[in-house]
Write a protein that binds this ligand. Structure first.
Ligand code: ZN
Length: 587
C-alpha cells in the first residue's frame, strides 16, 4: 500500500519546507507525523475501496477544493485536519468512487418527476383510476401525461387485449375532455385515449409512419397503442398545444427538470451522468448552466436528434471537454438503430418466437448511421448507437468496423453500443477485438428476464442475452447504468442485478453470466469514466482526481448478496462538497 504524505497544493512554501525538513530530520526516528497543510474535508475511519490498483484499500481520504489530495490510514489523514476542516467519521462504512450513470436521459428524468408515475401500478384498472384522478384536477383540454407502465407487471392482466395491451375504451370513458399520453416503461411505445387521437387526427385510415405502428384491432380501429415512431404523431400534437409558451416558460420548465433530476441523482450517489442525448439547443442551455456553476452534477452529453448535415457543420463548435469547471463534456453522438425487445421493436436476425411475422424494426437507417460515423470520426466525436436486437448489434459492429478500417490513423476512439442486449454468439468477441464498449444496464436484465425467453426462445436467451460475463472474458469494456427514467436511477439495484441476475420472483437469469462484485463496481465507476475519456480525472479514489465519492450504509462488496439492496447512500460528495446527506428519516 502506498503510504503518502502529500501536502495540499495550496500549502505555502514555508509549510512545505517545514514538512520536508521534519520528514528529513525525523525519518530516522520512526513515528514522525508532521502536520500537513489543512484541507477542506476529510473522511476518517472508513473502509475505502478505491478502484485504484496501486492503493486498493484505505481508511481515510483528504480533499482540498474539488480534488483528492491524500488517501491513506486514519492516522495519516488526521494530519490534514485543521480548524476549518470538515471531518466525517465514517464509523467503518464503505466509501467508493461516486457512481457514474453510464446511460440515462437527464431532462426526461426531471420530467418524469413532473408527470404521473405509472411504474408501480399493479393493474390496468389502477392506471385508469390514476388518470381519472388527474383529470379531475386538470382543466379540460389540457394534456395528461404519465410514464412507466408495463403490461407484464399487471396481475391480473386486462380482459381484452391486442398484443397483450388493452384497448383504450376504459381510459377514454373517464377522460372525455382530456387528451392522455402514457409512455411505456421502455419509452418505445405510448398509449393514448380517444381525445388524444382526435386532437392528433389519428383514425382507422391513418397509415403507419416509417419505423412505427399504430396498433389496430381486428375491425381496423386504433387500439390506443402507438409503437416507436408512431408516438410522434401524438407527441407532435402535444407539442403544438404548448408551442405558444414563452421562451421564459420553456426555460423555467427545463430549469425545474434539471433541478429534479439533480436531486434524484445525488440522492442515489450519482456524481456524473451520461445523457443519451440532447440536441444542440438543449446543449446550449446546459452549457449556460455549467458556466454559471448551476449544474447539480457532472454531465457527459451525447448529441442527439440533429441531422448529419447540421452535425457536419456544427460539431466542431460543440466539442467541449470539462466546460464549467469540469461539469460538462460533449464529444459523443447518440444514434439508434432499433427499438426495444419488450415492444417487439428490437431488430433480430430471426423472427420473434411470440410474433413470428416480425423480426423487429429499424428506427434509423444503416446508411444514415454510417454517414454519422464518418462525420464523427473526422471531428473527433465518439459514436454511441443504441442496438438491442442481434441484427441491430451486428449492423452497428459492421458500420464501426468499416469506418475504423477506412481511418487507420484514428485510434483510441472508444465507440460504444448502447444496451448491446441480444448478441449473436459470433459477434461477442468483436467488441473486444474492435475496442467497442458494451454500454449495458444491469437492471434491464432482471427487469426483462421473466419474458425474454417468451420473445426469443430459451436458446437465444441463454447464448445471447445480457452476455456481460462473456463480453468481459473476451476483452470488452462493459459499462453500467439504468437508462433512467426507463428504470429507476438506483445504482445499488443495478449493481445487485449485475452480480446476481436475480429476478423479482427469486429465480436467476442465466447466472453463469454474472459479474463479480469487483467487476460490477468497476463497471459503474472507472469503466464509465473510460467510456467518457475521463479515467484520468474520475472513476477511482486517487490522489489528484476529482473528489467525487459516495459513502454507503452497508458494505456492498462483502455483505451477503441478498442484503446488497438494503444499502443506502449516506453521503454523496461531489467536487469535495457534501451535496447529499442521508437524513434521520431515511434511515
Ligand atoms: Zn436510453
Amino acid at each position: 500500500m502506498r503510504r503518502l504524505a502529500e501536502p495540499d497544493q495550496r500549502a505555502t512554501r514555508g509549510a512545505w519546507a517545514a514538512t520536508v525538513a521534519c520528514a528529513l530530520l525525523l525519518a530516522i526516528a520512526a513515528g514522525c507525523r508532521p502536520a500537513a497543510a489543512p484541507v477542506d474535508l476529510v473522511l476518517l475511519n472508513g473502509r475505502v475501496v478505491t478502484v485504484d490498483a496501486e492503493v486498493p484499500e484505505a481508511e481515510a481520504v483528504a480533499m482540498a477544493g474539488d480534488t483528492i489530495v491524500a488517501v491513506g490510514s486514519t492516522s495519516e489523514i488526521q494530519r490534514y485536519v485543521g480548524p476549518n476542516t470538515e471531518v466525517l467519521d465514517l464509523e467503518g462504512q464503505l466509501a467508493i468512487p461516486g457512481f457514474i450513470e453510464g446511460h440515462g436521459h437527464f431532462l426526461n428524468l426531471g420530467r418524469s418527476k413532473m408527470i404521473l408515475d405509472l411504474t408501480t401500478a399493479r393493474t390496468w384498472d389502477d392506471i385508469v383510476a390514476m388518470v381519472a384522478d388527474a383529470a379531475s384536477r386538470t382543466p379540460p383540454g389540457e394534456w395528461i401525461q404519465g410514464r412507466g407502465w408495463h403490461q407484464e407487471k399487471w396481475d391480473p392482466p386486462p380482459a381484452v387485449t391486442v398484443d397483450g395491451v388493452p384497448l383504450h375504451h376504459d381510459l377514454s370513458r373517464v377522460t372525455p375532455n382530456h387528451p392522455v399520453f402514457l409512455t411505456h416503461a421502455s419509452g418505445h411505445a405510448g398509449f393514448v385515449n380517444a381525445k388524444a387521437m382526435e386532437v392528433a387526427r389519428v383514425t382507422r385510415r391513418t397509415a403507419n409512419p416509417p419505423g412505427g405502428e399504430i396498433v389496430k384491432d381486428e375491425r381496423g380501429e386504433p387500439t390506443g397503442l402507438m409503437r416507436e415512431t408512431a408516438q410522434r404523431l401524438v407527441s407532435a400534437a402535444m407539442e403544438a398545444a404548448t408551442a405558444g409558451r414563452s421562451p421564459e416558460d420553456i426555460r423555467s420548465e427545463m430549469h425545474r427538470q434539471v433541478e429534479l433530476a439533480g436531486e434524484e441523482a445525488l440522492a442515489n450517489g450519482v456524481t456524473t451522468f451520461h445523457d443519451a442525448g440532447s440536441n444542440f439547443a438543449t446543449i446550449d442551455f446546459l452549457r449556460g448552466l455549467a458556466e454559471a456553476g448551476e449544474l447539480p452534477l457532472r454531465l457527459y452529453v451525447m448529441v442527439r436528434r440533429e441531422s448529419n448535415e447540421v452535425m457536419a457543420e456544427k460539431l466542431p463548435q460543440y466539442r467541449m471537454i470539462g466546460a464549467g469547471n469540469g461539469f460538462l463534456t460533449v464529444r459523443a453522438i447518440k444514434r439508434q438503430i432499433d427499438g426495444a425487445l419488450g415492444s417487439h421493436g428490437a431488430w433480430l436476425l430471426e423472427p420473434y418466437v411470440d410474433l413470428p411475422t416480425s423480426s423487429g424494426l429499424t428506427l434509423e437507417t444503416v446508411e444514415d448511421i454510417r454517414r454519422t460515423a464518418e462525420i464523427a470520426i473526422q471531428n473527433g466525436f465518439q459514436v454511441n448507437t443504441h442496438a438491442i436486437g442481434d441484427r441491430g448489434n451486428r449492423e452497428v459492429l459492421d458500420i464501426y468496423e468499416q469506418v475504423f478500417r477506412a481511418n487507420p490513423d484514428k485510434t483510441d476512439v472508444r465507440w460504444r453500443i448502447e444496451h448491446a442486449q441480444h448478441l449473436h454468439p459470433a459477434d461477442i468477441p468483436r467488441f473486444g477485438q474492435l475496442g467497442v464498449i458494451a454500454s449495458m444496464q444491469g437492471v434491464h436484465c432482471t427487469s426483462d428476464g421473466p419474458w425474454v425467453p417468451e420473445r426469443i426462445g430459451e436458446e437465444r436467451a441463454r447464448t445471447g442475452a445480457y452476455m456481460w460475463r462473456s463480453l468481459i472474458d473476451a476483452g470488452a469494456v462493459v459499462t453500467n447504468g439504468t437508462d433512467v427514467p426507463v428504470e429507476k436511477i438506483n445504482p445499488i439495484a443495478s449493481f445487485h442485478a449485475s452480480v446476481t441476475r436475480r429476478l423479482a420472483d427469486g429465480r436467476q437469469f442465466f447466472p453463469e453470466q454474472r459479474m463479480t462484485r469487483e467487476e460490477a463496481l468497476r463497471s459503474y465507476t472507472i469503466n464509465n469514466a473510460y467510456a467518457a475519456f475521463e479515467e484520468d480525472v474520475k472513476g477511482s479514489i486517487t490522489r489528484g482526481k476529482l473528489a467525487d465519492i459516495v459513502v454507503l450504509s452497508r458494505d456492498i462488496m462483502t455483505v451477503p448478496e441478498d442484503e446488497i439492496p438494503t444499502a443506502q447512500v449516506v453521503y454523496t460528495i461531489l467536487g469535495g462538497e457534501v451535496l447529499y446527506r442521508r437524513t434521520a428519516m431515511a434511515q
